[in-house]
Write a protein that binds this ligand. Structure first.
Ligand code: AR6
Ligand code: MG
Length: 311
């Protein structure tokens, strides 16, 4: 049994993509800070300037377009997907990419197969960064079951992240997005069942430890700084996917508060908030996202159109 029982609506598909982009764009100015002063966050929320997304949303857009294009056939073509990601980086290298994945993209652009390119770094192990998890949420719109979403997620991760923890984190985020998207919004989110479902598709000791810790933290409702200490706030998958999940599970019906909490955790703020925003937006739908934020979001029209193609 899984808690995923409700069909996807267009509004919730839009919420997933728009929530991801809002978290990314609002979180980006705070990236790398140890902690975020709530007053600084309020100032950013009220600023009149446009909200510009970073690499997290740029690569989620690539993945969403790939899924829309291959919906009726294979769903995922890894060789093509790898080239599409690498092309997106080449077209907009200024989007805020970290240090690792651009090296993989450089090799792919030079003609190296992704299976070799992804193992060319970190002593052949490949990256355990959060770069595949941050972009994966659209997979939840294509998955036909919880396990299918997790399997597609692992395949989408492998083209840039060879390390098993990069892939577990991506499966965890996609499965969480699937559960959020299909959860019954007329009832409180059943947190223990949600975490139990995730543990079934992410079969790894260190991930089960994190999921157990999240269950306890949801009960204790810690301040964001304490979540950073308990779960992490760095650019590794294991140090950020669980933190984003906590931000969502503490605020499952208030996407703006899930995003705020994720940003106030500090560290890799754009990515943690992008992941939390995707989960919360998938549960609440786009209509519940702050209109003032959406008006400022540069990519909003493109994201809505893609969500409509995927729902
Ligand atoms: N061994 C040691 N350190 C590692 C390993 C490893 N096998 N893998 C990753 N790291 P990265 P990403 C550390 O750079 O996943 C953007 O800002 C390493 O310290 O491979 O694409 C996005 O917005 C490295 O610096 O790339 C995301 O925030 C870090 O993990 C982030 O970058 C990230 O891994 C995505 O990063
Ligand atoms: Mg980041």
């Amino acid at each position: 049994m899984t808690i995923a029982t409700t069909p996807i609506t267009r509004d919730r598909a839009r919420g997933l993509l728009l929530g991801l982009a809002l978290g990314d764009a609002l979180g980006a100015p705070f990236e790398g800070r140890d902690s975020v002063d709530p007053a600084d966050l309020v100032a950013e929320e009220l600023a009149p300037s446009g909200l510009v997304h970073t690499d997290d949303t740029a690569l989620a857009l690539v993945l969403a377009e790939h899924l829309a294009e291959h919906r009726e056939t294979t769903v995922l073509e890894e060789d093509l997907l790898a080239r599409e990601f690498a092309d997106a980086w080449r077209a907009e290298p200024w989007r805020g990419y970290g240090s690792g994945t651009p090296k993989v993209f450089g090799l792919i652009n030079a003609g190296v197969p992704w299976r070799d390119a992804t193992r060319a770094f970190y002593q052949g192990q490949g990256s355990f960064g959060n770069g595949a998890a941050m972009r994966v949420a659209p997979i939840a719109l294509a998955g036909t079951s919880l396990h299918h979403a997790a399997e597609l997620a692992r395949r989408s991760a492998a083209v840039t992240h060879a390390h098993k923890h990069g892939q577990h984190g991506t499966a965890c985020q996609a499965a969480a997005a699937y559960l959020a998207l299909h959860s019954d919004p007329t009832h409180p989110l059943p947190v223990p069942a949600f975490l139990h479902d995730l543990a079934r598709v992410v079969r790894s000791g260190p991930w089960h430890e994190k999921l157990d810790r999240i269950a306890e933290l949801v009960r204790r409702r810690p301040e964001p700084q304490h979540a950073a200490t308990a779960l992490g706030n760095d650019a590794s998958a294991l140090g950020s996917v669980p933190t984003a999940l906590l931000a969502f599970l503490l605020n499952p019906d208030r996407a703006n508060d899930a995003i705020r909490y994720a940003i106030r955790v500090g560290g890799d703020t754009d990515t943690i908030a992008a992941m939390a925003g995707a989960l919360a937006g998938a549960r609440t739908g786009a209509a519940a996202l702050p209109a003032a934020w959406l008006r400022r979001l540069a990519a909003a029209r493109r994201l809505r159109a893609l969500a409509d193609r995927l729902s």
